[in-house]
Design a protein around this ligand. Sequence first.
Ligand SMILES: NC(=O)c1ccc[n+]([C@@H]2O[C@H](COP(=O)([O-])OP(=O)(O)OC[C@H]3O[C@@H](n4cnc5c(N)ncnc54)[C@H](O)[C@@H]3O)[C@@H](O)[C@H]2O)c1
Length: 440
Amino acid sequence: MIGSGYVGLVSSACFADVGNDVLCYDVDARKIAILERGEVPIHEPGLPELIARNRAAGRLQFTTDAAAAVAHGAVQFIAVGTPADEDGSADLKHVVAAARTIGRHMPESRLVVDKSTVPVGTADAVRHAIADELATRGAVIPFTVVSNPEFLKEGAAIDDFTRPDRVVIGSDDAEATRTMRMLYAPFQRNHERLIVMDVRSAELTKYAANAMLATRISFMNEIANLAERLGADIEQVRRGIGSDPRIGFHFLYPGLGYGGSCFPKDVKAIIRTAANVGVDLDVLAAVERVNEAQKRVLVEKIVRRFGADLSGRRFAVWGLAFKPNTDDMREAPSRVLISELLRRGAAVAVYDPAAMTEAQRVFGREPNLIYAASPLAAADGADALAIVTEWKEFRSPDFETLRARLKQPVIFDGRNLYEPADIRRLGFEHYPIGRQGADA
Ligand SMILES: NC(=O)c1ccc[n+]([C@@H]2O[C@H](COP(=O)([O-])OP(=O)(O)OC[C@H]3O[C@@H](n4cnc5c(N)ncnc54)[C@H](O)[C@@H]3O)[C@@H](O)[C@H]2O)c1
């Protein structure tokens, strides 16, 4: 497994757990050292236990030795990062570097699997990079490249991997397809969910899936903002439309916009891919615009309530990760809110059940930023509480104590955790998204 991040680690541990012998390789020596100490560098429920069990059984190992990694496996997964480049396109430098690593070291035939999210045509680039390295070595060794985009969700990654809705394989080689089918068979004993297609369609499938999900989020956010202005309640609207099976209830929650390591960069990348072939993706351009605006919705509500100059004010922020059950803060709405509050002179006390270390890495030492030890400690003396991530432990706090600890009982509820009528009755001034709050 080349790349030991969220996808690489989860895939490796799950493959090892069904009996495969997996060697995880990464260029990040710090990460590999953490794993070799028996610790896990990311927060993912169930992953530490899974890794420990398979390490103990000798089926899962870690290395920074590229040659050893390529020598180890007949199947080489590429699961490295594909961040957005400056123009929005997917930056393939890590993928190409991984391919070159394989070409440089492969002792015999290899099946190379692109698991990273990569634009259409990348399998060809991987093939060229490997062939180029082989030519440099003067070696003639056969190899095959297939696409196997990953659909796991951070926070539920192990369940998604071991009980997949579908496994997409892009392959034009029957032998490679057979190998992939065998690798995934243990996770689909009940009925096979392998969808085999050509490589380009597989590459596009991953982007289309993320683009569709991002579209649902921006759509709901736009309707939520409209509901607020029209005196309607987005929660009731959500129930009203979700009950239509053509629409469904999944992924219809309004909030502060999508973030994380995938949707933002993948929406940008597909727009860029389309532009390269002269196609404008108008819907997705709007999805992105709406999302950028939505990340600022809480700031706007706060400014309307407290004024543009927030010096002397103090705010509590509950939730830093881009979603619950992860410590991932890439493109998280919390970053926009916190930066903006600090810029306007406020002090901000933050709390997250998993992302405190990550937050310190992201924000560093800021005189006005307080890393609180608990939700209530963050709330102490704050003019208002802003809820940014819908962690379970924020759903039913001791409201009386919370009210007592806040300087003013004001809640900006960016995830609609509380029922407006109930929370009002408890003495709070409540500002939800798309519902009738104190600013209605
Ligand atoms: N995180 C998710 O939820 C998720 C879900 C589905 C698909 N994906 C896709 O999977 C890919 C990986 O995502 P991630 O979140 O695991 O990224 P990540 O940043 O957590 O991990 C990537 C790892 O690759 C390593 N790496 C970079 N270049 C390398 C090289 N040349 N050789 C070896 N290791 C190298 C990095 O050091 C890092 O540890 C991306 O394309 C992403 O879009 C991610």
